[in-house]
Design a protein around this ligand. Structure first.
Ligand code: DOR
Length: 411
C-alpha cells in the first residue's frame, strides 16, 4: 500500500526537518524536505495521504530491547496478541521479549515458533531472547548455547538473556558469556545478585571481551561503575538501558501504591538521587538506550507480590514528559534513545530511522497532546501502572509496522 505523509516534522537520530515521506510496499521510498516538497511530483500518485500540518512528528518506530510477553505459559497475564497490540499502541515496531516464560525459551525452535506466531499477527516485529541456561535453571548451558545455532538457523536472536534472575555460578556465567561472544551474540544481564552495584561489577568483570548489555540500570552506583568502565575501556562495547519508570519515579511512588504489591518492580524504584543519576547518564551516553521492561501481571499476582509494571503503552509519554519537558532533552535525543540506538545494539538494520530505502517502521507523534493515563484502558492484559491518573505530554497517534497501519487514533 502507498502512503504519503505530507508536511510532517521528520525527526530521527540523524536529521530534523519538515517535509514529506512516501511509503510503498513496506519500504520508505522517499524522504523529501520542505524546500523540495512543492515540486514533489510523487505526492499525488494515489494511496493514503496524511497531513501533519507542519506540527506532527514522524520518526522511526520505537525499538524495545526488553519486554515480557508471557507466552508460552502465562496467558492470564498477557498473550502474544495483547502484548503486540500494546506495542503497536505504544509506537513500538520491534520488540525483544524475554525468555522467562513457562517453560523458558532456551532453544532456537521454541523462539522461532513464538516469532512465527507473532509475525502472523503482523502488529510488531517480535524477537524472542533465548536464555543462557537450560530451563533458566542456572545449572547448565541452554540448548541454544550448548550446541550453537542450528544448521538451518531457523532464527537468530538479537539478544540472549537470563532476565528475571542472574546466573549465580561464576564459571557457568563466564562460559555463557564466552559462548555467546563466540557466536557474535550480545547478552543482556539482569544484575541483581548481591545488589545491583555488585552484580554490575561482576557482569563487567566476567564479561570482559564479550558483548555485555546491562538491563534496567537503576542505581547511581551502577551508573558510576558504567561511567568508569566506558572511560577506561571505550572499545569494550558495553551497553546499558534504563526503564521509563526508573527515569520518572522514585521509591515514594512505590510506597504510595504499595511497595510490596502494585508498586513492586525489580529492580525497585529508588531515590531521587538515583533517578537524577539515570537522567544524567542518558544525557551523556553512559546509558545508551531506553527499554520498557514491560512486565504484565494479573491483579491477583500483583497482590501476591509479583514484580513489574505494564510499560509499552506509556513509555513514550512518560519519557517525553520527563526527559524533554522536565529535563530539557531534545526530541531528537529522546527518539534516538527509543529507536536508533536500541536498533543498533540489536543489529536490526533498516529500522530506527526515517531514511529512503529503510523499512517502513514509523510512528506519528503529537507532542502537544496531553493524556490522562488509565491503565484500565490498556490493550495489554496487565493493567498495572503507577502512571494511572497522571496527565502526561505526548501521544502516539499512528504506528506503521512494515508499511501497515497497526494503530491509529484521530489527528
Ligand atoms: O519487575 C520485573 N518483572 N523485573 C524482572 O526482572 C522480571 C519481570 C517479570 O518477569 O515479571
Amino acid at each position: 500500500m502507498k502512503i504519503t505523509f505530507r508536511n510532517f516534522r521528520i525527526i530521527d537520530a540523524f536529521s530534523d526537518m519538515t517535509g514529506n515521506v512516501r511509503v510503498n510496499g513496506g519500504r520508505i521510498v522517499d524522504v523529501v524536505p520542505e524546500s523540495a516538497a512543492r515540486a514533489d511530483p510523487g505526492i499525488e500518485d494515489g494511496g493514503l495521504v496524511f497531513d501533519g500540518g507542519g506540527r506532527l512528528v514522524l520518526t522511526g518506530g520505537f525499538v524495545d530491547m526488553h519486554a515480557h510477553f508471557r507466552e508460552p505459559g502465562s496467558s492470564e497475564k498477557e498473550t502474544l496478541e495483547s502484548a503486540s497490540l500494546a506495542a503497536a499502541r505504544g509506537g513500538y515496531t520491534s520488540v525483544v521479549c524475554m525468555a522467562n516464560t513457562k517453560p523458558p525459551i532456551d532453544n532456537e525452535e521454541a523462539a522461532a515458533f513464538i516469532k512465527r506466531r507473532a509475525d502472523t499477527l503482523g502488529l510488531t516485529k517480535l524477537y524472542p531472547a533465548i536464555s543462557l541456561t537450560e530451563g533458566m535453571g542456572g545449572k547448565r548451558l541452554s540448548p541454544y548455547l550448548a550446541t550453537g545455532p542450528s544448521r538451518e538457523n531457523a532464527y537468530r536472536p538479537p539478544l540472549l538473556s537470563e532476565d528475571g534472575r542472574d546466573v549465580e555460578d561464576d564459571g557457568l556465567f563466564a562460559a555463557a558469556l564466552r559462548r555467546a561472544a563466540a557466536n557474535g551474540h550480545t547478552v543482556s544481564c539482569h544484575c541483581d545478585l548481591g545488589g545491583e552495584d555488585a552484580a554490575v561489577e561482576r557482569a563487567l568483570r566476567l564479561g570482559a571481551g564479550s558483548r555485555v548489555h546491562i538491563a534496567h540500570v537503576s542505581t547511581k552506583g551502577a551508573v558510576e561503575l558504567l561511567r568508569r568502565h566506558k572511560k577506561l575501556k571505550p572499545r569494550s562495547g558495553i551497553t546499558a538501558e534504563a526503564s521509563p519508570h526508573h527515569i520518572a519515579l522514585t521509591h515514594g511512588d512505590a510506597e504510595a501504591a504499595g511497595a510490596e504489591t502494585f508498586g513492586k518492580v525489580a529492580p525497585p524504584l529508588r531515590s531521587e538521587e538515583d533517578r537524577l543519576a539515570l537522567v544524567e547518564a542518558l544525557k551523556d551516553g553512559v546509558i545508551d538506550a531506553i527499554a520498557t521492561d514491560h512486565a504484565p501481571h494479573t491483579e491477583e499476582d500483583k497482590l501476591n507480590g509479583a514484580p513489574g509494571f505494564s510499560g509499552l503503552e506509556t513509555a513514550f509519554a512518560v519519557c517525553y514528559s520527563t526527559l524533554v519537558k522536565r529535563h530539557n532533552f531534545s526530541p531528537q535525543k529522546l527518539f534516538s534513545l527509543l529507536s536508533a540506538v536500541p536498533a543498533r545494539i540489536l543489529g536490526l538494520s533498516g529500522c530506527g530511522a526515517v531514511s529512503k530505502g529503510g523499512s517502513a517502521d514509523l510512528v506519528v507523534l503529537d507532542t502537544d497532546r496531553e493524556t490522562v493515563i488509565d491503565g484500565a484502558m490498556f490493550a495489554s492484559r496487565g493493567k498495572n501502572t503507577l502512571f494511572s491518573g497522571k496527565k502526561l505530554y505526548g501521544a502516539v497517534v499512528l504506528t506503521l509496522c512494515g508499511g501497515r497501519i497497526v494503530y491509529q487514533q484521530a489527528f
